[in-house]
Design a protein around this ligand. Sequence first.
Ligand code: BJ8
Length: 424
Amino acid sequence: MPSAYDQMWEKLNLDLEAHEGLLAVLGKFYGDIYMSQQGRLKGMEYLDFVLSEVHGLRIKELQDAKASGKKVVGTFCVFVPEEIVLAAGAVQVGLCAGAEIGKAEAEKVLPRNTCALIKSFVGFKLAKLCPFIESCDLIVGETTCDGKKKAYEIFAEYSPVYVMEIPQMKAACDRELWKSEVGRFKSTVEELTGNKIAAGDLRDSIHLVNERRRVLQRLNRLRAAVPVPISGRDALLINQISFYDDPVRFTAKISELCDELEQRVKSGAGIAPDGTARLMLSGCPMAVPNWKLPYIIESSRAVVVGEESCIGTRNTRDLVQEGSATLDDMIDAIVDRYMRIDCACFTPNTERLDNIVNMARELGVKGVIHYALSFCQPYSMEAYKVEKALSAAGIPMLAIETDYSMEDVEQLKTRVEAFVEMTR
Ligand code: BJ8
């Protein structure tokens, strides 16, 4: 039956039949993984609603914004400074790349041994399945890993793409390079929108993005309680949705959810039975609807209490310093904040090792599951150093490499269960 949004999707040139199939699979998957949970917070109803309208209401909002003259900028990496996009009056959406539905199309133009995240975004474009991508006036890529860097060259044949150069080291000259890239990006966004960024606009957008980070930091502090008051799956979903929901509304809704969570923590209630192992995830980002591993973990007498990932603490840990008086100082504050990102694309990357060990200690976890997408060299190679650092701190680690397919679910479950047993 045609949905109320079919006309909008048709205008965006989606493959309506394949898209309907995608939404049906997504709905079933969500039902199995999310709605089956016991003791969810009332505040999660908002997240359920946003997800149920993922290609509906939010896309309609983007179309309305475009009709009013705003531009939409899509991103695949937490390195793209949203503060600049918002200050120019545009909307930024983090594009998901967490499903393998367009894989066959992607493998026509990409080598098969490419990570699932890259195949996913190329596949979504080629199979005409993503209304977010089709709503974007500009898609911003970055020179993080080689796979992404080269995939953007192909993507640019189908969509307007702009690529930011990201340094790979953290010396003073790398900061200079990054500062000039932030400046180049600012000019590009100003040209795209026709709006010159003024100091007041940037001050407001820095505050707005910081507020969203602050509410996610509060969520992280509250979920660290014993007993665990919210599942890892729900916390991951909140982080995933933070990338494309309206930032003001999202922050207000998650603030309400945190109030509820705080009451739950005060009452001493938890969502997992006594004896459930507290674990932490670390590694590649888990984009919507990549819930496979958290679901496996949380069906194995364990609960995820933190994600050291870009859809997790790497995106929320650091704030842009507020209080700068001039536009130049604000740009410097942005440059410094983004230089603290500890992506595995950096070498050496000791900051990440320290952050993982500190986080694992603070959360009091029994172990860490390191998650790398198959063929992701930065994260799968860095797993070696992460394991060494954790082992020196007396924290066990399980390294997992997987993709978005369901073929290895049973095998992963066996490994996760054995790891959970071992941590007891
Ligand atoms: S800052 S983690 S969002 S680059 S999984 S595509 S690295 S081969 S996603 Fe990332 Fe930015 Fe870094 Fe974060 Fe390449 Fe690895 Fe694939 Fe990856």
